[in-house]
Design a protein around this ligand. Sequence first.
Ligand SMILES: NC(=O)N[C@@H](CC(=O)O)C(=O)O
Ligand SMILES: [Zn+2]
Ligand SMILES: [Zn+2]
Length: 434
Amino acid sequence: MESSARKTPDLLIRGGILLDPETGRQRRADLLIRNGRIARIAESIEADDVPVYEAAGKFVSPGWMDMHVHLREPGQEHKETIETGCQAAAFGGFTAVACMPNTDPPIHTRDVVEFVIERGRRTPVDVYPIACVSKNREGKELTEMADLVEGGAVAFSDDGAPVQHGGLMRRALEYASMLDRVIINHMEDLTLNPQGHMHEGVVSTRLGVPGIPSLAEEVMVARDLLLAEYTGGHVHVAHISTARSVELVRQAKARGVRVTAEVCPHHFTLTDEAVERTGFSTNTKMHPPLRTAADIAAIKEGLRDGTIDAICTDHAPHASFEKEVEFIEAPFGIIGLETAWGLIGRELIAPGVLTVTEAVYKLTVAPRRILRLPVPRLAEGEPANLTIFDATTRWVFEARHIRSKSQNTPFIGEELVGRAWAIYNRGWFVVQDP
Ligand SMILES: NC(=O)N[C@@H](CC(=O)O)C(=O)O
Ligand SMILES: [Zn+2]
Ligand SMILES: [Zn+2]
């Protein structure tokens, strides 16, 4: 299993279906890249002097963005580095990621923001750091938010932990609003979840594992919706997982609250029964936990009606020695970049929950709007930033497909539907072999 990443300033992508997620327009055309920019789009282009990628039967869309990943650098390079995380992103079809600040040191000062951006520039993937809301993610004192934005931070979050303190969240929303940025909250009221390890429900009761109630998420979502409404700030619900949270966001949107939400593929694919079925595999342990079939149904409806804006992975690498311990000792989180599109294809597109265009919108336009980033366009003169993929290839996800430094995924051995075949960004062409 190989992938090749090389600088390819000139490239002809022949015969693909160019997809515009904003309008839904699809057009079969050749696309010529010269010097990293889209030089021409036409029915048929002859260019003898440039390498050709045959894209017949495949889609070409603006490059995808995963707005919630953990790249672990600086400080936890045994789990992941910016380089390996970006290789995983490229395999998954992403030309951009926004990375969470629970690193060591955390992304809470401008020098760390700049370090992450600089490391990202060495890869084919654009890396946008999300900076901490509070110093050391301790939830006590706000960071120098204006300085962090000037350094290149695109949003704020204490992800890994919630902003537990309501007063701090209020001020964070006020400052972020002045800076025209979003606060992304890990929605979990810690006082309602002292030490749970899986969803609190019949399965946790049967297994005797301390549970994490849905209420812990929903109370925090409800609080933040009220705070956003009161301050006029923009709050983004990280990794939404319960039916009630979806309903709260839906109602808040209807009354004009500035709220957006994201969901991860594992939360519309697996339920808490996976913990039992796998005999306590620690790859079924993450924050928030896998919930119930009713929650999955509500999430799908929320994706369909637009309540849930974006799909992200919450790619959370942990080394084998950390995950290969007893269930209650294991850290929370799974990797997700390599499997995201194949799960979207299997769980959302094949069953008709979303069209290809709608799914791509939630991976391109939506995350960038939330993070106030320009959306790449497939148009002559624009920088070439694109993803080549299909939504129908059935393939079995195997360990050899993993580009991340860590292997903590519950999806090895599963058949997925849809494959990202290549990305092009900043002059880099990264192609995957089947
Ligand atoms: N999702 C997880 O289970 N873990 C994340 C933290 C987080 O996203 O809250 C991690 O950093 O490992
Ligand atoms: Zn989180
Ligand atoms: Zn996270």
